[in-house]
Ligand binder design. Structure first.
Ligand code: CP
Length: 305
């Protein structure tokens, strides 16, 4: 399958067949080292918003395959400070590098960047919209733990309104006949336009405000952080910030192979004691980010098919 020159802006840019091919390629990179594959290629790492996992796993992916990285993690050290537009910045950077990874706080910024860029773009999160490379690592992790993707029961818990990871994941799971449980306070439930899309795809889902009601039913419990930085009104954040805290006693009666995932960072929504539980899988999930970004960069640079 030829991905050379492609960008990844939305998970909806990929067909089911393409998603499955990328997951297979991630598996290949998990098993195989190839320290020279991307020699002579340069990644532009453009992070206009804070990141630990996405930025460092993307940069480590490039370095571990022999490529080079240029970029920034602090936009105040770029000409954005002098009011350069995102369009102009990306147009210029794309002349210096072979592929770009971009995170930006505005919804739609990755699409705009792809229109300005001469080179492939990986959307590493555009505001509350999408985080498609996270979704690919999430799907890979789900498949790794459950030995299948089809027909699973999956709960998403927390900030479903502003959570770009759950927006992308819910859309992707519509390919795999998942039964979805959305657990959030009413004010942070999954946006109506995504629920409507799922209905059109005949995805079965239900809305809940308590996670206790769904833990025993699911194969994957996908926790998310209530994201203070996305709230226009800090008073609204204060009302919901501690609404979900997963504690060890709440896992009694869960399916034996139920796995807890989280895109991270975590604040208080998963008790630290759960890290020792056989259900906890969020650190392994984050590690899969490395292989996922190795696969995406290599595919988009045409160094692997
Ligand atoms: N999962 C994720 O996007 O984490 P970072 O914000 O640390 O990149």
């Amino acid at each position: 399958m030829n991905f050379k020159g492609k960008s990844l802006i939305s998970i909806k840019d990929l067909t089911k067949v393409e998603i499955l091919h990328i997951l297979k390629t991630i598996g290949h990179f998990k098993k195989t080292k190839n320290p020279k594959l991307l020699e002579n290629f340069v990644l532009g790492s453009c992070f206009f918003e804070p990141s630990t996992r996405t930025r460092l796993s993307t940069e480590a992916a490039m370095s571990s395959l022999g490529g080079k990285v240029v970029g920034f993690a602090d936009p105040s050290a770029t000409s954005q400070k002098k009011h350069e537009t995102l369009h102009d910045s990306i147009k210029i950077i794309s002349q210096y590098v072979d592929i770009l990874a971009i995170r930006h706080p505005q919804e739609g910024s990755a699409r705009l960047a792809s229109q300005a860029s001469k080179k492939p773009i990986i959307n590493c999160g555009d505001g509350a919209n999408q985080h498609p490379s996270q979704t690919l690592l999430d799907l890979f992790t789900i498949q790794e733990t459950q030995k299948k993707l089809q027909g699973l029961n999956i709960a998403m818990v927390g900030d479903l309104k502003y959570g770009r990871t759950v927006h992308s994941l819910a859309k992707a799971l519509s390919h795999f006949k998942a039964r979805l449980y959305f657990v959030a306070p009413m004010s942070l439930q999954m946006p109506r336009h995504i629920l409507n899309e799922l209905k059109v795809q005949n995805v079965k889902f239900s809305l809940h405000d308590k996670m206790e009601n769904v833990i025993k039913k699911v194969d994957i419990l996908y926790m998310t952080r209530i994201q203070e930085e996305r709230f226009p009104d800090k008073y609204e954040y204060e009302k919901v910030k501690n609404v979900y805290v997963l504690r060890p006693e709440m896992l009694v009666g869960a399916k034996k192979n139920m796995k807890i995932m989280h895109p991270l960072p975590r604040v208080s929504e998963i008790d630290f004691k759960i890290d020792e539980s056989p259900h906890a899988y969020y650190f392994e999930q984050a590690q899969n980010g490395l292989y996922t970004r190795q696969a995406l960069i290599s595919l988009f640079l045409g160094k692997i098919n």
